[in-house]
Design a protein around this ligand. Structure first.
Ligand code: FPP
Length: 246
């Protein structure tokens, strides 16, 4: 396999982890078995990101729409999340990983919220990598929330309409202290954004792989990163205007 260029790694990788259900079905298993196997891929991608020195990793773990799934599946996902968080604390502390979350986390079951906030607090001083979990997250809902909060600030005379710029609006999003993703990976071959980080992915490179999430391990992740390194990011300029690293 080709070598990754350590100087051209994305600063922020975001992932839509899709295909757990299909993976389980193909094997004649219950969907939950797919989610359980998916947790192993989460571990692998977190570890690999940290090893490579990627500073920001954001995983779409549970969308706003996912609440519509059968009760037993939602419950199983919440249990997996709770267990994953508790099990990973030591590794996060040993490896300088800070946990963060985005989304309407107040909708999560109280025990999951408790674990989440405990771990966010315990890892708050870590500096090597930020692992952000999108939980009960929806991109449009995030933008609506930002608009409401901006209006509240206008009403309180803390903000006026003329001051509203892209930068200012960004500060009202859940991701106010996170840079926009450089690379968005989606597994299981769907060509959709599914309401993930709508504002933040304006200039993000998108990588879609047919691999189902439970089969997405280190090798597949490195392939995605290699593919990213071959792209020319222009941000609206022409190719000639971009200065390439030698
Ligand atoms: C999509 O597969 C995946 C999810 C809805 C959730 C992802 C959750 C995990 C990987 C496990 C828990 C998370 C963490 C961070 C520990 P799908 O069920 O939509 O698959 P399908 O499209 O094949 O049905």
């Amino acid at each position: 396999m080709e070598q990754l260029n350590p100087h051209k790694l994305p600063r922020h990788v975001a992932v839509i982890m899709d295909g757990n259900g299909r993976w389980a079905k193909k094997k004649g298993l219950d969907r939950i078995a797919g989610h359980r196997k998916g947790v192993e891929s989460v571990r692998d991608v977190v570890r690999t990101s940290r090893e490579l020195g990627i500073k920001w990793l954001t995983l779409y773990a549970f969308s706003e729409e996912n609440w519509k799934r059968p009760k037993y599946e939602v419950k199983a996902l919440m249990n997996l999340l709770n267990r994953y968080l508790k099990a990973e604390l030591n590794e996060m502390l040993d490896n300088g990983i800070r946990l963060a979350c985005i989304g309407q986390t107040e909708k999560l079951p109280p025990d999951v919220q408790r674990t989440l906030w405990q771990i966010i607090e315990k890892t708050a001083h870590n500096k090597e990598m930020t692992l952000t979990l999108a939980l009960s997250y929806g991109g449009r809902q995030e933008i609506v929330e930002a608009a409401k909060n901006m209006l509240r600030d206008i009403e309180k005379n803390r903000l006026n309409v003329k001051q509203i710029t892209e930068e200012r609006l960004s500060k009202y999003l859940y991701t106010s202290d996170i840079p926009d993703p450089d690379l968005l990976i989606r597994t299981s071959g769907e060509y959709r954004i599914s309401n993930f980080l709508l504002w933040q992915i304006a200039y993000t490179e998108i990588y879609i792989t047919p691999t189902l999430w439970p089969d997405f391990h280190k090798e597949r992740y490195l392939e995605a990163l290699l593919d990213y390194q071959k792209r020319e990011r222009r941000f609206g300029s022409t190719g000639e205007q971009i200065t390439r690293p030698t």
